[in-house]
Design a protein around this ligand. Structure first.
Ligand code: ATP
Ligand code: MG
Length: 905
């Protein structure tokens, strides 16, 4: 190529190519995902088609292509750390893509990609490399299909087709959602592009770590839906989803190494340089700052253009964080007044034709950035206030130097420029410890921000700042070893007091302390965190919880119970050892239990959840039926056997793959790195249990002492839960059970051994007694009934009895009518009773009397109406219920009258 194409032309060539191949060109979706809680921002071209892949939505076309605005600052795809430090990763970038929705598949996707790159863009085929998927976990099939099409559909050198595992060649938009194996196209910039030359052991390679090879295009063959936790479900149809980094292909076609040297970024960098008033040499000296600013102003322009306003949490946190980061880098270029908004016109000039939302909202974007930047500059005032506080505190102590760490904290966290700190210090007759300050500044690591959570708790935003603060004070990383002991001597390196960072705390304050070294265990893998104390020269903090809010930072959460801890103080960390020993017993026992379950119930048993506390262990697993008592006993026996064998418990580090091939149990939900920790219980000859685990364990199985199952229950379909305990817990369970037995024995005045027999005897006695009571009750009722007969009246020659009686149920009432008929050899009886607060009426007579017009059914029906109910029945026997029991006497009072009306002859 003699005349290099512009970025606008390169974009258009892509779209034209796919339009010619039957693709509908669609607009970019917004950076703000529509109705997708799994994403903070659009991170790939396929996001807007997620519903089509999942089969829940359709489009009027089956082939599409576009350029999509993407942000990669959070979640599964977070490139923030790379931005400005390499030449290929941005926060905001454009992704060119073409899609097939159940239409063409690997053959065409590969053929066209190759055709476009080599024919249309004219890339040298010897510089192109393709990768295909080969599962490093040995679960999914190798993508031979794609490999074959690379051979038949392109003229790529056969040795330029390389297999890679899940990390590189299995694409997922997030932990859940459409995914599948992919095939990536990489570009070789030649050995001179390597930025790791001379680094011992460095080899330039595809998917390596130097700038020589760049991934440009990813062809994803969508065929699964990830349900999370490593579970994949096949999709109803197969699709193609490709993504090419636009800035990267432009850089290659324009013959430059870094994306920042393309016409997409150069004008922004030039404008920044002009605003900063720096020479070219100065610009080269501050390359990273220029690049970060250029990247971040694009991100800001597009984010705000899509309606994301700076805020303290959620999506809005990203523009705020990105702006602050840019402004901080701006300080390195000498900016002290707002400048970011002045770059917006340049961004819009480059991108506005493709993204018309930018020119439409340019004034709003500038105003938003400007007010946000001003707001941030105001935090400088807070920095000054803080500085004066520090000075007066130091004055009380008779000191005259501001510690370097403090000056750096003011600068880095509160944004107070060091020149200002020096000036103010001078006014108070102070100096800044420049040596300490320089040391810290040099050791400062990259900025970290937590944007993983869509809802960011403002308190959580303190952690990245705390992390930076600790990092720059300490030239060496935090040491964390929960395995070797319960106590360690170290010093305090950082502190949160209440809701802010601080350097000193007072008795009764709620604090979070960071230490240079700690042996506290942080909750993970089901094992709860340690508790304990941190003791300084004249202070003590009671630790209630320990957390790792971000990688590399461990905070000890608790309360100052004595004295005034301060950052820099020496301190002794003391884990509550008794509690931890109980936890270790329960954790090792969990492994033994897991193994015993598989032994007794079958190898289908897999852990579905676990909790290890000092008191007990809880283990959830998949199994369809409750355990039988025999199975429970057998499990306890196996575990006890392992305890008695007193096996050594050993841990080793191993490659994940090797561990799996040796049959080590891995828990499905857990994510493992390449190197894993294997916990083995066994001796030279026997391996009782082997699991991947980061938890703390006893050193020999005998240390567990005793093991007992407390209960076994169902938790949802096909899942069971066992709670068990060890050591003193087991003893306590035993003692509690014994105490209960003894109490029962004392109540029965019988020896414990005789309890079952005695209980059996008691139950028999009770049954007999119940029977007797029943008989007696009847006898009594009959006797009572006898006296009722005094109330019999005669209607003509017919004896009639209408009475309210006490009866427990309808059966008894019916029985009473039988007694009456026996006794009176005929007649009419109507009984009422209140049963469960409701009136019940029964009427009975003899066949002979029905001939004379008496009808029990009609009688009851009419009476029931009086008590708010209904019913009826045969002429000789009927019953009915009602609602109003208070009307019963009145109803019964009408019986004689009614019968009079019925009798014939
Ligand atoms: P890398 O390994 O380089 O980070 P990736 O595997 O994360 O890339 P994909 O998720 O496959 O990339 O995205 C598709 C294409 O988008 C990549 O081939 C690359 O060209 C481009 N791309 C990915 N991340 C970025 C980024 N942060 N900035 C610019 N382009 C990117
Ligand atoms: Mg990436």
């Amino acid at each position: 190529m003699t005349v290099k194409s512009t970025s606008a032309e390169i974009r258009q060539m892509f779209l034209n190519y796919f339009a010619e191949h039957g693709h509908t060109i669609v607009p970019s979706a917004s950076l703000v995902p529509q109705d997708d809680p799994t994403l903070l921002f659009t991170n790939a071209g396929m996001n807007q088609f997620k519903d089509v892949f999942l089969g829940t939505g359709t489009r009027p076309y089956s082939r599409a292509a576009d350029t999509q605005k993407c942000m990669r600052v959070s979640g599964k795809h977070n490139d923030l750390e790379e931005v400005g430090f390499d030449g290929t990763h941005h926060t905001f970038f454009e992704m060119l893509g073409n899609w097939s929705f159940g239409d063409y598949y690997k053959k065409e996707a590969i053929g066209w990609a190759w055709d476009l790159l080599t024919k249309v863009y004219g890339l040298d085929k010897n510089r192109l490399w393709a990768t295909i998927f080969e599962d490093d976990q040995g679960v999914l099939p190798r993508d031979d299909e794609a490999a074959n099409y690379w051979r038949t559909e392109t003229d790529i050198a056969p040795d330029h087709i390389l297999p890679f595992g899940r990390k590189d060649n299995f694409w997922m938009m997030a932990d859940t959602g459409p995914c599948g194996p992919n095939s990536e196209i990489n570009y070789d910039r030649g050995p001179e592009a390597c930025d790791k030359q001379g680094v011992p052991g460095h080899v330039c390679r595809v998917n390596g770590d130097c700038a020589r090879f760049t991934e440009i295009w990813n062809l994803v063959f969508i065929q699964y839906n990830s349900l999370g936790g490593g579970q994949l479900e096949p999709l109803p149809a197969r699709h193609v989803d490709t993504g090419m980094g636009f800035e990267r292909i432009v850089a290659i076609l324009q013959g430059v190494t870094a994306n920042y040297d393309t016409d997409l970024f150069r004008p922004i960098i030039a404008k920044t340089q002009e605003l900063a008033g720096q020479s070219d040499a100065e610009r080269e000296a501050h390359l990273t700052a220029y690049r970060v600013i250029a990247d971040h102003i694009r991100a800001l322009t597009f984010l705000i253009g899509d309606g994301v306003k700076p805020a303290n949490k959620g999506q809005g946190y990203v523009p705020r964080m990105v702006l602050r980061r840019a402004v901080r880098f701006g300080r390195k270029l000498g900016f002290t007044a707002p400048f970011m908004a002045d770059l917006v016109d340049t961004v819009v000039a480059i991108m506005g034709a493709t993204f018309p939302e930018l020119p439409a909202r340019v004034e709003f974007i500038k105003a938003t950035i400007n007010s946000e930047e001003k707001r941030f500059l105001r935090t400088l005032d807070q920095g000054l206030a803080r500085l004066e506080e520090i000075i007066s505190y130091l004055q009380e102590q008779g000191k005259t130097a501001i510690p370097g760490a403090e000056a750096f904290f003011l600068h880095d966290t509160l944004g107070l420029p060091p020149e200002v700190t020096r000036d103010v210090a001078k006014e108070y007759g102070f100096i800044v410890d420049e040596k300490g300050y320089a040391l810290i500044r040099e050791s400062r690591g990259g900025l970290r921000d937590e944007t993983e959570e869509t809802e960011v708790d403002p308190h959580n935003l303190l952690y990245p700042v705390l992390y930076d603060w600790v990092q720059c004070q300490e030239c060496h990383p935090l040491r964390h070893d929960p395995y070797s002991g319960f106590s360690v001597k170290t010093h305090v390196t950082g502190m949160i007091r209440g809701d802010g960072l601080d350097t000193k705390a007072f008795t009764d304050d709620a604090v979070e302390l960071v230490l240079q070294e700690t042996c506290f265990y942080v909750a993970s893998g089901g094992q709860v965190a340690d508790t304990g104390r941190i003791v300084g020269p004249d202070w003590e903090v009671q630790v209630e919880d320990v957390r790792r809010p971000i990688e590399g930072l461990i905070v000890h959460i608790g309360k100052v119970v004595r004295g005034m801890p301060a950052v820099g103080d020496p301190a002794t960390v003391e884990v509550d050892a008794e509690r931890r020993r109980s936890i270790m017993r329960n954790h090792t026992a969990t492994h033994l239990l897991h193994h015993a379950l598989r032994e007794v119930l079958g190898s289908h048993v897999a852990q579905a959840g676990s909790l290890v506390t000092p008191e007990r262990l809880r283990f959830d697993f998949n199994h369809d039926e409750p355990l039988t008592p025999a199975q429970r006993s057998e499990i306890e026996r196996l575990v006890t056997g392992a305890i008695l064998a007193n096996y050594p418990v050993q841990t080793r580090q191993e490659a994940y793959r090797d561990a799996l091939s040796q049959g080590v149990i891995a828990i499905f939900e857990e994510k493992y790195g390449d190197v894993v920790r294997v916990v083995r219980v066994g001796d030279e000859t026997t391996t009782f249990s082997q699991e991947l685990c980061g938890g703390t364990h006893v050193s020999r199985s005998g240390d567990i002492g005793a093991f007992t199952i407390l209960n076994e229950t169902g938790v949802g379909a096909g899942a069971r839960r066992i709670e068990a305990t060890t050591g003193y817990g087991a003893l306590q369970a035993l003692q509690t059970a014994r105490a209960r037995q003894e109490q029962a024995a004392a109540q029965l005045a019988a020896p414990v051994e005789e309890l079952p027999e005695r209980i059996g005897r008691l139950q028999a006695e009770l049954r007999a007694a119940h029977k007797e009571i029943e008989q007696l009750t009847r006898k009594l009722a009959r006797a009572d009934f006898q006296s009722l007969l005094d109330n019999v009246v005669y209607v003509a020659d017919i004896p009639v009895l209408a009475a309210q009686v006490d009866a427990p149920d309808a059966d008894t009432l019916r029985e009473m009518t039988d007694w009456f008929r026996d006794k009176m050899q005929g007649g009419v009886i109507v009984l009422g009773a209140v049963i469960d607060d409701k009136p019940l009426l029964i009427a009975a007579t003899t066949k002979a009397l029905t001939q004379r017009g008496i009808h029990a059914g009609n009688l009851v029906r009419d009476l029931a109406r009086l008590v708010g109910g209904g019913g009826g029945g045969r002429p000789d026997m009927a019953q009915a219920g009602g609602r109003d029991a208070s009307k019963l006497p009145e109803a019964l009072g009408k019986v004689t009258e009614m019968i009079k009306g019925m009798v014939k002859g």
